[in-house]
Design a binder for this molecule. Structure first.
Ligand code: G3H
Ligand code: 13P
Ligand code: ZN
Length: 332
């Protein structure tokens, strides 16, 4: 058993309470690689922001759970080395799909876990979330649950169709499950293709797709039912058009990729939404820099030559999200 406290990590309790009260959101960045981790820490330290580093089941399979745990410990030490006296870093399991996986993470240094029972029947979702909560709270680990289903086409956690969260269920669900935060479905989805072209309109000037707005009415109803309760938004990449254009200009093929407009995420950050999940934008920033490098410098073959600009590009994107969208800068 390794407690996250030994690794210098923190859980989300205090962080979320401050974010809800202060009208900003904590960035939750997924990571699988050293360069993502370095870029996240550099961005968080430079902006004086708390940060959630999150790991999916797929990331654990790719990079190895033990390595990721020590990377999170390394992140804390690295942040101190960069001059941050008291880093606020959470190591979070993203989309845990069983009690056993959540328990394994809690036993191995995670300070926060998500049990995603959103595709289960309601009572089954409550039952397993509650089981995770009981084990997690005994170890001072916080738990994110999910109610409502996100649509998406790309990754392991995607569903074909979305079902918005029903505001009339949130009090019963959070009370009976005991969860510390709740991920809701209001129109976001995972991946770089969040809406089909048919669901969007086209900007007549640029020809670019303009997605439909998020269901803020549902978010506000949920806020009224659960005043001050931490709400989480998954699938919140904005799929920056310049990165998509760079990828496509250098041999990539991402036609009609579209994300959530940043103005809407800015608005959500000011509400009870206190955690915003971003993975695809990091993938795009990394891929755009690497494709451009390969195209422009075909003689390079030392990975450091192309991973360095990739890391710089991700760092720039993380800083932009923290300062210009979520507002979590200067909060340490
Ligand atoms: O929500 C899912 C995250 O983007 C993680 O994706 O399962 O491909 O690691 P992944
Ligand atoms: P994006 O695919 O929009 O980055 O969402 C990531 C996410 O929700 C991770 O849980
Ligand atoms: Zn997610």
């Amino acid at each position: 058993m390794t407690s996250y406290k030994e690794l210098g990590l923190v859980n989300t309790r205090e962080m979320f309470a401050k974010a809800v009260a202060g009208g900003y959101a904590i960035p939750a960045f997924n990571f699988n690689t050293l360069e993502q981790m370095q870029a996240i820490v550099q961005a968080a330290v430079e902006t004086k922001s708390p940060v959630i580093m999150q790991v999916s089941k797929g990331a654990r399979n790719y990079a190895n759970g033990t390595i990721l745990r020590y990377m999170a410990q390394g992140a804390v030490e690295y942040a101190k080395e960069l001059g941050c006296e008291k880093p606020q870093i959470v190591l979070h399991l993203d989309h845990g799909d069983s009690f056993e996986l959540c328990k394994d993470c809690i036993d191995n240094g995670f300070s926060s876990v998500m049990f995603d029972g959103s595709s289960l029947p309601y009572e089954e979702n409550i039952r397993i979330t509650k089981q995770v909560v009981e084990y997690a709270h005994a170890h001072d680990v916080t738990v994110e649950a999910e109610l409502g289903v996100l649509a998406g086409v790309e990754d392991e956690v995607a569903s074909e169709v979305s079902h918005y969260t029903k505001p009339e269920e949130v009090v019963d669900f959070s009370t009976r499950s005991g969860c510390d935060s709740l991920a809701i479905s209001i129109g976001t989805s995972h991946g770089a293709y969040k809406f089909t072209p048919e669901q969007c309109t086209r900007d007549p000037k640029t020809g670019k797709l303009v997605p439909p707005p998020l269901a803020f009415d549902i978010l506000h109803e949920i806020e009224k039912k659960l005043p001050g309760f931490p709400i989480v938004l998954h699938g919140s990449s904005s799929v920056p058009q310049d990165e998509v254009d760079t990828i496509n200009a250098h041999g990539g093929k991402l036609p009609d990729a579209v994300g959530i407009p940043e103005e809407q995420l800015r608005e959500a950050s000011k509400s009870a939404v206190c955690k915003i999940n971003i993975d695809s934008d990091s993938r795009l920033a990394m891929t755009a820099a690497i494709r451009k490098h390969f195209d422009e410098k075909p003689g390079d073959f030392d990975p450091r030559q192309y991973l360095k600009p990739a890391r710089e590009n991700m760092k720039k994107m993380y800083i932009h999200k923290i300062v210009e969208v979520l507002g979590s800068n200067d909060k340490l």
